[in-house]
Write a protein that binds this ligand. Sequence first.
Ligand SMILES: C[S@@+](CC[C@H](N)C(=O)[O-])C[C@H]1O[C@@H](n2cnc3c(N)ncnc32)[C@H](O)[C@@H]1O
Length: 277
Amino acid sequence: MARGSEHDATDDERIAPTGHYTAYVWHHLGMPNAELFVTPLGRALFWGFRVSGEGLLTWAPFAPSMTQYLDYRHRAFERALEQSEPDLVVELGAGLSRRGVTWASRGTRYVEVDLAPMVRAKQRLIDARSSAALRAAIRGRLEHVARDVLSEDFGDWLAEALRGARRPAVIAEGVLTYFTPADRRRLVGTIARALAGRGVFAAELRVRGSGASAGALGALRGAIRLVTRGRGAGEEEPSHEASRALFEGAGLVDVRAVEPPPGAPLPARVWVGRGGA
Ligand SMILES: C[S@@+](CC[C@H](N)C(=O)[O-])C[C@H]1O[C@@H](n2cnc3c(N)ncnc32)[C@H](O)[C@@H]1O
């Protein structure tokens, strides 16, 4: 467990259910390989939430539904990765994401990092459900690593993992927002140093909003609480400018947001920054 951070074992229990939930959303949206990661917990959360909450949220004209938000988020990461043409992807807190299997099966070296119980659960699902063709396609390309990204030796591990890569991409989807602002800044700094002047880092950050986006944020926070049974919504950044400053302050350059579709007042952005000198 991380020393010198506010992270403890209860955080893992708090965060993990949302990984099951988002895995089911990607399946519901028909994304490739998402069916491998459908779990009873994800299915129960998704349909329970639909009945109890999401209908109401979608009914409010300003509010994005949780599914719309997760759709934007996942596709924004895909776009950021496609544009950076990585020769290696390291995904932090990969959870039950279908992305690693998908990119590895197309030939990209892909390392998924998560806490040990999630890594074990994911490996079991891949072993039990993937076809022989898919297993052959990902062999030697997809690696699972059990590691606490808030631990003090994580930076050394990451620097070593990125060694030899010319265009590495480090990504964290649905992860930073659950950490305290201090842990978030420390982790982004660690990643920027490990990139050592090449490649990209991408992660989403939620903000405290005003006007329509405040309404949307309230809805989104409520939705996350519902999905995580009251335990999941972390502290937002004060503004999108503060999110950009977080990336730039860590030493990342050419920092940009992947904008959501027009008319969707999403109180979050996926940010992409290149490793600075
Ligand atoms: C909300 S889930 C997101 C999973 C996936 N990226 C997604 O978008 O559905 C957060 C993931 O981060 C993992 N996680 C939480 N704290 C972590 C830590 N300190 N080190 C590594 N992984 C962590 C959890 O186990 C979980 O799989």
